[in-house]
Ligand binder design. Sequence first.
Ligand code: PSV
Ligand code: MN
Length: 409
Amino acid sequence: MHRMDQAYALLEAECRDRGVDLDAAARRLAELEVETPSWGYGDSGTRFKVFKQAGVPRNAFEKIDDAAVVHRLTGACPSVAIHIPWDKVDDYRALAQHARDSGLRIGAVNPNLFQDDDYMLGSITNVRPEIRRKAIQHMLECVDIMREVGSTVLSLWVPDGTNYPGQGDIRRRKRWLEEALREVYDALDPDMRLLIEYKFFEPAFYHTDLADWGMAYLAAEKLGPKAQVLVDTGHHPQGTNVEHIVAVLLDEGRLGGFHFNSRKYADDDLIVGAIHPYELFLIFAEIVAAERSGDQRVAQTARAIAYMIDQSHNIEPKIPAMIRSVCNIQTQFAKALLVPWDLLRERQEQNDVLGAEAVLRETFELDVRPLLWRIREERGLPVDPMKAFAESGYMGAISSRGIGGSGWS
Ligand code: PSV
Ligand code: MN
């Protein structure tokens, strides 16, 4: 027997023993779509240095070219998020057409409220009304761009906050934030969603206006059903139980999307799954459980999640780093699809603490590579997308773009 067939037969036997439907898992896994970020193809770095890499895209069109390569090799990334003004172009319809010609579509549109000099002391919570207006206008401009490119997701991160106690009136700023979001929310078309992203610090170091999931949830709840929370996995204090947040937001119908990345210390934006793969598995386990829920609202919320990557590469080559993230996401999602839910429930009912914990851990320990190989083979995709990229010659081809492509600013 071929090595792959042998490995698959082993996984099949394990699933049979555990009462898990491997074919159903394969079907769901093949449907998984993960959006990649245009900015993940450009140069980025830390506050100490942005290392320029050769071949980095020089504009939004070339970022789409690179995203198309990731989709061609993984079959899982049909959309690309854009960030305005990083991806500002004269003709957004032409950009959307370029995406379509490359086998992609434009996904979330991200307003940028953190790089204009006017925003040094805040954007939508700035004490000066003209700056708040400018920031609101920018978000409304992004809603117009959504219409032009055919996007349904406005993905908003508000960086505003203060660096010192007393610097701002926290409650007054909260009202300004609510007013601004209301105006943007009211401008959305019926099929559009506003995803509200939170983060507890950086760039502000004393207080951040939208610091955690509770504040984002509250804002979404006040706005209405088209507003949901976006969980960036790198935006929590150390030790936060992210899968718990995911479960609560799913249960409330307010989990709209993810920015996946991994972190060791702060908002490190490293390759997804590189640091805490078990956490990623447990997040997906909550999502798969919600997809299977008999509560239709919970199941629909889970099925509508916008899965996005938000990573910035300091030292690693960008396209393979993105492919690595996609593969790591597929791996943990595949494992979550193999959880024997009936067995887990049985052990929970029996208050079998160790038994229940073992169900999840042993699922995490399964070798799901044969399942990934199968779905790729069935769809005519390379079984090893990293290897296929290395052999594709694409890195050599784009080196003619030179050094000094598009970056953070
Ligand atoms: C902020 O840290 C963030 O996660 C937001 O999503 C931004 O849009 C993105 O990073 C920029 O890299
Ligand atoms: Mn993010």
